[in-house]
Ligand binder design. Structure first.
Ligand code: UD1
Length: 365
């Protein structure tokens, strides 16, 4: 066995982290002198949001599990800070990798910074320019403390540049693409899945919703449901637990169940999600991850949010921002034409390799 010289901590906690760290861990493992310590904060704990992804993507068992569970943003961040402090008594990483813009991300960046560990931020530089959004706070906090900026898009690099951040900034491409490019859509699996739901290719909508701005506002939630009610073709909606809780709280679950063309299902693993997105007529979502995945599959997205950080996708015409506005959703569903241009602006599916090399160079200095 070679000597282990470099300890790297990767802090994960929410569904998108598990997806993104899979290709990264695979590539980092090619450096035999890197020891990866995987820390799971427990922000997501339901099997459908966590364990299912570890199994599907063959992720290693976390070295540390903080079991923080759900809480308000400040409380969750405080819990993670407290528990990470204990972890740093046991390991002394040369670099802490944080991913995205969740409470886990901001807490891990703050903790690493307090303990004087350099930070690499995967998905650095993205901005929605609205501090009402919990994730925007997390983005700003994380990027303020980051040492190595791994940016998925040119606009992310540009946002940092406009803030005067130009050193150790890399345009890496979007890492989820590595998985998407590697795992092609299997036509047999796709047709089996569509038959299971009784859907025909391009004859249904794929929908998700989980952003606080939609789930925590009864008015917004109601508007979206009204638009869904009017659709003529089937809609499949894997529902985040946060969203089902909101629907029950607003007494809207019965309304939803009564919509005949709407199929409500539990959150899906990564690959079935990709199959369903790839053959959908259109995607209706407030998830940044799903927007990117739909773009990769050349599927149009209605963004049920007031802004997006994925402006390249909007600029190319593959996504339209409607917000939770019934009329705008209905209008755009009827009038959203398929764009001619698709420039693969999110990258080439080789991001993980690029990122692993950048990280190795950074820790080898
Ligand atoms: C979080 C991230 C969001 C990311 C999303 C991916 C923040 C602020 N938000 O949103 O950026 O896009 O993950 O899915 O970090 N819950 C369960 N079971 C779980 C986890 C959560 O029932 O395993 C319920 C709880 O009621 C919880 C609520 O969902 O309060 C919200 O969970 P939380 O992790 O705070 O935010 P997400 O909406 O999942």
């Amino acid at each position: 066995m070679p000597d282990t010289n470099h300890t790297i901590a990767i802090v994960v906690g929410a569904r998108p982290h598990f997806i993104k760290c899979a290709p990264l861990i695979e590539k980092l493992n090619q450096f035999h002198d890197i020891d990866i310590q995987l820390i799971h904060t427990g922000q997501h704990y339901d099997y459908a949001l966590s364990g299912a992804f570890f199994e599907e993507l063959s992720l290693p068992k976390p070295n540390f599990h903080l079991n923080v569970g759900s809480a308000a943003q400040d409380q969750q961040i405080a819990q993670i800070l407290l528990k990470l402090s204990d972890v740093w008594r046991e390991i002394n990483p040369q670099l802490v990798i944080v991913i995205g813009d969740t409470n886990t991300t901001a807490a891990a960046a703050l903790s690493a910074s307090i303990h004087k560990f350099p930070i690499a931020h995967l998905e650095a530089g993205l901005r929605e320019w609205n501090k009402q959004i919990p994730e925007e706070i997390n983005k700003i906090v994380t990027d303020s403390l980051t040492d190595l900026y791994l940016c998925p898009t040119p606009s992310a690099v540009n946002n940092l540049k406009n803030q005067g951040i130009t050193k150790q900034v890399y345009l890496t491409g979007e890492i989820t693409l590595d998985l998407l490019v590697k795992h092609h859509i299997d036509p047999k699996k796709l047709s089996d899945l569509l038959s299971e739901y009784g859907f025909s290719p391009k004859g249904y909508y794929f929908m998700t919703l989980h952003r606080a701005s939609n789930t925590d506002s009864k008015e917004a939630f109601y508007e979206i449901i009204q638009a869904i009610k009017e659709l003529k073709e089937p809609v499949i909606w894997p529902m985040h637990p946060r969203t089902s809780k909101a629907a029950k709280e607003y007494n809207l679950m019965e309304d939803l169940v009564a919509i005949k063309h709407l199929k409500l299902i539990e959150p899906l693993p990564f690959h079935p999600t990709q199959l369903l997105i790839s053959a959908a007529k259109m995607v209706i979502t407030d998830s940044g991850g799903i927007i990117r995945e739909a773009y990769h599959h050349h599927v149009r997205t209605l963004i049920i949010d007031k802004q997006t950080e994925w402006i390249e996708i909007v600029n190319e015409g593959w996504a339209i921002i409607t917000g939770p506005d019934k009329d705008l959703i209905s209008y755009n569903i009827a009038n959203f034409t398929i764009p001619i241009r698709h420039s693969n602006v999110l990258g080439d599916g080789e991001s993980a390799d690029r990122i692993a090399k950048i990280i190795y160079e950074f820790i080898s200095k």
